[in-house]
Design a protein around this ligand. Structure first.
Ligand code: GRF
Length: 193
């Protein structure tokens, strides 16, 4: 992974599709002195993403790209990233699977957060599946993105106990609170290696 370059922070783009609570936690982290990253760009595939409001609140450039034509969207995004000298990408609730070509352009520089203890419960509806499977624990994982869904090298995980009578809603809330803590920790970890 790239080293910290003097006092300059690593220019980061956060990709979202929904509420953007992880985006918010990354922005708050990025403003701290210890943060190796700055958030310079917010990218969404969905103009209704609630998280886009953080662009306005924190005065961060935001861009929306529709994925009807995936190749075209990815090429436009790559141009935008290059223009802004982006050196790190954080997927935060970004509901798209990007192509091999895209990943290659940012090899080792794309992170994702997933609401399960990977390799368990890749993909969607993780909380429902964890409860149905009678798991004692679930949690969240920050990992590097590779060409297979939710399968890249794990950076950090946090375990959460699944209580009796837990619903996917209560579990999601509990895990999301932990996600907000571990994403910044993962960023710190990879840049202190
Ligand atoms: C999080 O649970 C994340 O792990 C998953 O989607 C959710 C996004 O939440 N991939 P938010 O948009 O960051 O609030």
């Amino acid at each position: 992974m790239a080293q910290l370059n003097g006092f300059k922070k690593i220019k980061t783009a956060v990709f979202i599709s929904g509420n953007g609570s992880n985006l918010k936690s990354l922005i708050n982290f990025s403003k701290k002195k210890i943060s190796p990253i700055s958030i310079n760009l917010i990218i969404s595939d969905n103009s209704n993403s609630k998280g886009l409001k953080y662009g306005k609140i924190y005065k961060i450039k935001k861009k929306i790209f529709h994925f009807k034509d995936k190749k075209l969207a990815e090429n436009k995004i790559l141009k935008e990233l290059k223009k802004d000298n982006i050196d790190l990408i954080c997927f935060a609730g970004f509901m798209r699977i990007v192509s091999q070509n895209f990943i290659q352009k940012y090899r080792g520089k794309i992170l994702n957060i997933h609401p399960s203890l990977l390799p368990k419960f890749k993909g969607l509806n993780t909380h429902e599946r964890a409860i149905k499977n009678k798991e004692k624990y679930s949690g969240c994982t920050v990992h590097f993105v590779n060409s297979k869904l939710d399968s890249g090298k794990i950076i950090i995980q946090k375990k959460v106990r699944i209580k009796k009578n837990e619903t996917s809603k209560t579990l999601a809330k509990k895990i999301l609170a932990q996600e907000h803590k571990i994403y910044p920790k993962a960023v710190l970890k990879i840049f202190s290696l």
